[in-house]
Design a protein around this ligand. Structure first.
Ligand SMILES: [Zn+2]
Ligand SMILES: [Zn+2]
Length: 200
């Protein structure tokens, strides 16, 4: 069990000195929508964080985080390791009234991490940064055959009794649906849309 990644910003806030923390994480525990979430990594994920004062209650956080997140193959659901090389660079703002740290969009469009405890817990920030950088879906191999829709058999391990009834080629034909393509081209509304384009 690793402790939450924390950086101590008390003396930075008092004297504008810099702060640094580094370590490895096998998981992150954070809160989202009132629920405790756990993000586990395939192996210990190194992180290194520097915080520099920008004057007043504003700071800049820089560093790196190299987690290997574990996702499911979109077709066969087996575990896939996704290594991420994250470069960190985020504005921080100290606001003593804030309970849990949260990300806010500044007027410039830049994200600002707002926090109220000078002993800043980076868990939610690092988890969110990793989840935003991770792909929406992955395949364990480009030619993954997926699961049988009837019995759930992993077709990467060979055919099941249903493979003969629904050949893969037939499914591809249905998805291709050449007739549907022709209808879309002849759709009169598509032509109307084209006519209106110059007004925009
Ligand atoms: Zn797969
Ligand atoms: Zn089957």
């Amino acid at each position: 069990m690793t402790d939450a990644p924390r950086i101590h910003l008390g003396s930075l806030l008092r004297t504008s000195s810099d702060a640094h923390t580094t370590g490895e994480l096998d998981h992150l525990t954070y809160e989202q929508g009132g629920q405790e979430q756990i993000l586990r990594f395939a192996r210990p994920a190194p992180f290194d964080v520097n915080v520099n004062s920008l004057g007043g209650n504003e700071m800049y956080l820089q560093g790196y985080f190299h987690p290997v997140v574990v996702m499911e193959c979109a077709r066969c659901l087996r575990e896939v390791e996704v290594p991420l090389q994250l470069k960190l660079g985020t504005l921080l703002r100290y606001d003593p009234a804030v309970d849990a740290p949260f990300l806010e969009e500044a007027e410039s469009g830049e994200e600002v991490l707002v926090f109220g405890d000078p002993d800043l817990d980076l868990s939610a920030y690092l988890a969110e940064t990793a989840l935003l950088a991770a792909p929406l879906s992955v395949l364990h191999a480009p030619d993954c055959k997926g699961l049988c829709q009837v019995c759930g058999h992993d077709l990467n391990e060979g055919p099941c009794e249903h493979s003969a009834q629904v050949p893969v080629e037939k499914i591809d034909d249905e998805l291709g649906n050449p007739e549907g393509t022709v209808h879309a081209r002849q759709n009169p509304f598509a032509a109307l849309r084209d006519l209106k384009l110059p007004e925009d």
